[in-house]
Ligand binder design. Sequence first.
Ligand code: 6GU
Length: 246
Amino acid sequence: MRFDIITIFPEYFTPLSASLLGKAQDRGLLSFGVHDLREWAYDRHRTVDDTPYGGGPGMVMKPEPWGQALDDVLTPGARLVVPTPSGRRFTQKVAGELAASPQLVFACGRYEGIDSRVMAHYSSPSSGVEVDELSIGDYVLAGGEVAVLVMIEAVSRLVPGVLGNAESVSDDSFAPGRMENLVEGPVYTKPPVWRGLEVPQVLTSGHHGRIARWRRDEALRRTAALRPDLLARLGREGLDKHDRRL
Ligand code: 6GU
């Protein structure tokens, strides 16, 4: 899978060569292109922003450099992702949708955002690309760069072969399947007693059925305490017959 990022701060993306993503790149599963928007600026000062029509604070990113950059970087079948706090919410489901695309192009805005005609232009059916304006949550970042790192990490680990253990995806909080819409419960490793705290006995019982039941109960308990919104969304169909006694 191919990721291209257009930004005025390419240095934000050095973490892409670290850890899981770096290894997936070395193995040829993922490839990244990081592009400096200013390479498509056309004046001596390489200007990428201007004052907003209608007045108001801050600056708006000019459409011409973005149009040139996107025309050069987009390939047929690509999805164009524009990170913005006013976008649709980026969730695990959206990550799964994006992971099915051969190329994702991220257009990182700074200042008050990108001239809206850029999104309008690429949203028209004749452009042949899907455009998604996405937000990672209800808070405001200085620019889209950090949000794009979040999205790339969430999408990359869904690409087949990127994770070592295929099971790690299906057990995730929010992953489709039995534990869908539940957060994960607590985990333990050796030693059996640490600072007087014991590992729950069921986990050392060797009884796989009881362990699975306990894990689901703990996930339900934690979801009820910390994410009642998720529990409400589960509904009756999301509960099994043993869940009802909680
Ligand atoms: Cl995607 N961009 C910015 N600038 N701020 C955000 C965001 C994105 N998601 C939440 N806050």
